[in-house]
Design a protein around this ligand. Structure first.
Ligand code: HSE
Length: 432
């Protein structure tokens, strides 16, 4: 007897599954209670089939989803095509056909997860997606199971391997943005279209999914504001270093009195913070909770073997639940109505860099913009650019979103000023 699974797609992640079955077959068999067998693999066309056969793969490759849906011996469908279509249609069809589903598709879960989860629940099927967030870090099941007794207050995550890899290479090794991106693609970290990686969209998908597990709230993707790494300049990086920070793309979830605040933005992290040392393709999820306090989960956020390992763990969990007779239970049982934080509750410190004329009085003008909003500045730096222009760097104290918007609006109205960048700043007490 064996547990027959079908793979949809045979790209970077999917081709890591045979490795695990070969190298760790005994343990997987023992944990699953039977041998896991890749029964069929859906690929695009015959040309791809010929290419994979030539590479020595001897699986049964098929080009029609119906060949999988109509195969009653296949109990689990593993979607590893990525993006929305045809993955969404295939998953819905698989659930309709009574198959359990495992996916690593964060785009799909963040944008259309509810439809799939509801269908899986109605049909008493498993729908698991551990690999969708932070690749190889087993964070979703940890939040769903091990944090059940705890109350989470905040989650900070370095959640995109590609952008973290790129930032690390650009800062530490002086690589250009283009070189770093090309290498991230060559290593299989980036999505086929890497826009979502570098623009913070991929991380925002993961933040939306994390909110389900940390706060029991199924946030809409549009509830997670996001900003990527493409606007970060060498000057920003140099200022951060000078002031004892590193810049990383950070996803943040916080539960405030009025609700949850979720966003992704380049963030100044104090060099002493555990997240500051999360480099290259590594991801980390830093959790603050009333019971455990501070905990951090660290590991590779992308790449073939780490992601395939999380996918295989989901497959094994389904096999176990099938044996226990508990397979209809949801991946995450914690659910509450969505409640978003008011803007006045969205509080942070910020870094701002502004291009100004090189004239006396600019600093005073700028400080008065902040004090008009009741915001004080913790640190101000002035940098001369040439005979006419200068740059002012401001590290603010805590302010809320309404104050930030008013300050940005005021700065934009000053025709001789140009606001270059605004990033969040973490406190070194991890509690700003
Ligand atoms: N492109 C993603 C990343 C892959 O770089 O993190 C894992 O989701």
């Amino acid at each position: 007897m064996s547990l027959k699974i079908a793979l949809l797609g045979f790209g970077t992640v999917a081709s890591g599954l045979p490795f695990l079955l070969e190298e760790n077959g005994d343990k997987i068999k023992s944990a699953a209670g039977e041998q896991v067998q890749i029964s069929k693999i859906l690929i695009r066309n015959d040309a791809e089939k010929a290419r994979l056969n030539a590479m020595g793969y001897e699986y049964q490759f098929v080009t029609s989803i119906d060949e999988i849906l109509s195969d009653s011996e296949i109990s689990i469908v593993v979607e590893l095509i990525g993006r929305i279509e045809p993955a969404k249609t295939y998953i819905l069809k698989a659930l309709q056909a009574g198959k359990h589903v495992v996916t690593a598709n964060k785009d799909l879960i963040a944008l259309h997860g509810k439809e799939m989860r509801d269908l899986a629940e109605r049909k008493a099927l498993a729908f698991y997606y551990e690999a969708a967030v932070a690749g190889g870090i087993p964070i979703l099941r940890t939040l769903a199971n091990s944090f059940t007794s705890d109350k989470i207050q905040g989650v900070l995550g370095v959640l995109n391997g590609t952008s973290n890899f790129m930032m690390t290479k650009m800062v530490e090794d002086g690589w250009s943005y283009k070189e770093a991106l090309a290498k991230a693609q060559a290593l299989g970290y980036a999505e086929s279209d890497p826009t979502n990686d570098v623009e913070g969209v991929d991380a925002a998908y993961k933040v939306a999914i994390l909110s389900q597990f940390a706060f029991g709230m199924f946030l809409d993707f549009k509830d997670v504001s996001h900003q990527g790494i493409s606007t970060i300049t060498a000057e920003d990086v140099a200022v951060a270093q000078q002031l004892g920070y590193v810049i990383k793309l950070v996803g943040r979830l916080e539960e405030k009195t009025s609700g949850v605040w979720a966003d992704v933005s380049p963030t100044f992290i104090p060099e002493t913070h555990p997240l500051a040392n999360v480099n290259d393709v590594m991801n980390a999820v830093f959790v603050e909770s009333i019971g455990i306090g501070q905990s951090m989960f660290y590991g590779p956020g992308a790449g073939q073997k780490p992601t395939a390992t999380s996918v295989m763990a989901d497959i094994i969990r389904i096999a176990q639940r099938l044996k226990e007779g508990t397979v209809g239970k949801p991946f995450n049982a914690f659910q509450r109505p969505v409640q978003l934080a008011e803007k006045t509750d969205q509080i942070s410190r910020y870094y701002m860099i502004i291009n100004t004329p090189k004239q006396n009085g600019q600093l005073l003008r700028l400080v008065s913009v902040f004090s008009d909003q009741g915001v004080s500045c913790q640190q101000v730096l002035e940098q001369e650019l040439d005979d006419n222009r200068a740059r002012l760097v401001i590290m603010t104290r805590l302010m809320n979103q309404l104050q930030l918007e008013a300050i940005k609006q005021q700065i934009s109205q000053e025709s001789d000023w140009h606001l270059l960048n605004v990033f969040k700043v973490l406190g070194d007490d991890h509690d700003n």
